[in-house]
Design a protein around this ligand. Structure first.
Ligand code: BTX
Length: 327
């Protein structure tokens, strides 16, 4: 069986959005016989697609399997660049590792790596990122922006805006951003973003933006030590969320906001970011490698640096820290 045709047929039926397409039309489009189409339909049913047929009208899709493979994501994706190359694996230690490898091998700008499960998902500073099978979006995006390396850290903030907009659009939830890279819902962490850089004397070769988004976990799906601090979209909305739709929304917003940043700078994004921030205006504790400072978070600069005013009136620029709210 020609699996390329099976995949294209799946894509065709997804794109038809539940409207029946006749066996003859499919046979003409794919240049094969109606019997061959019927065999591919049977194969798709075995893969978990729900396919019905109406006499004289044809085949239509009632459900698609809950997977993030290239066929499922590609159908209905309206981006120009992001996700036009999709690298999918069912399980891997970390999508960041694969994305770094692909970037070194010259994969195009906008390539994404998606998996159902990570066995060694990573956060910042070699922390672990819990990545339960089929419950979340574990994705790395390879970008090759023509910007100086100093402009790289803001991509984390830009990605945070994109994630919040996508979550809002798909679920109606109202997430907040905790500087620099946490997306919180009702104070609990739903998403983490990790931006890594490949650069040389000529500048940035690739930016690898890792996004870990908790989608359909129940509280028990998280390890015990995370149950007080982590949440998922499903816990917060009380519904299962379509991961495929969310990936597509995420890619669309990420494309819009990264392009905006590359073309016009951080100005407009800074305003957007601050409007979603749970940090700005609050008294926070910033834990850094060498010291901890407590003060009011007044805003971020054009470079994405957090401005913290301590009780002695001094304004500190915080480049990297863990932020805790003080009540
Ligand atoms: P971070 O260092 O800000 O957060 C890591 C911390 O978050 C952990 O120490 C733990 O306390 C908590 N945590 C771990 N797993 C979860 C979870 N699923 N939900 C909520 N809290 C959690 C954040 O780093 C950056 C994470 C990026 C993850 C993506 S997934 C795709 C890509 N591949 C990969 O290996 N990492 C990125």
């Amino acid at each position: 069986m020609n699996t390329a045709i099976t995949n294209k047929l799946a894509e065709r039926l997804i794109k038809a959005q539940g409207e029946p397409v006749s066996g003859q039309q499919l046979a003409d489009e794919f240049g094969v016989s109606r019997t061959a189409i019927w065999k591919h339909i049977k194969e798709l049913a075995e893969q978990g697609y729900g396919i019905e047929s109406i006499k004289k009208k044809g085949y239509y899709l009632t459900s698609a399997p809950d997977t993030l493979d290239a066929t499922a994501i590609g159908a209905g994706l309206h981006t120009k660049k992001l996700g036009q190359t999709i690298h999918y694996v069912e399980s891997c230690p970390s999508t960041q590792i694969i994305a770094h490898q692909l970037a070194q091998e010259g994969t195009p700008d906008g390539t994404i790596v998606l998996t159902e499960e990570q066995t060694a998902g990573r956060g910042r500073l070699a922390r672990k990122w819990d990545s339960a099978a089929k419950k979340g979006i574990w994705m790395s995006v390879v970008l090759r922006p023509d910007v100086v390396p100093q402009k790289a850290p803001q991509f984390t903030l830009v990605a945070a805006v994109a994630v919040v907009r996508a979550i809002e659009e798909v679920t109606g939830l109202k997430p907040e951003i905790k500087w620099p890279n946490d997306i919180l819902i009702k104070g609990k962490k739903s998403t983490g973003i990790l931006t890594e850089l490949q650069s040389d004397a000529d500048g940035i070769q690739a930016l690898i933006i890792g996004i870990g988004l908790n989608v359909n976990q129940s509280l028990q799906d998280f390890p015990e030590e995370l149950q007080d601090i982590a949440t998922s979209l499903s816990i917060e909305s009380g519904k299962l969320v379509n991961r495929q739709e969310l990936v597509r929304a995420l890619l669309s917003h990420l494309e819009i906001y990264t392009d905006l940043y590359i073309e016009t700078g951080f100005g407009m994004l800074k305003i957007l970011w601050e409007s979603y921030s749970s940090t700005i205006g609050k008294t926070v504790r910033a834990r850094m490698a060498k010291e901890t400072l407590t003060g009011i978070a007044e805003g971020i600069t054009e470079d994405g640096v957090l401005q913290l005013r301590t009780a002695d009136g001094k304004l500190h620029g915080i480049y990297s820290a863990d932020i805790e709210m003080t009540n």
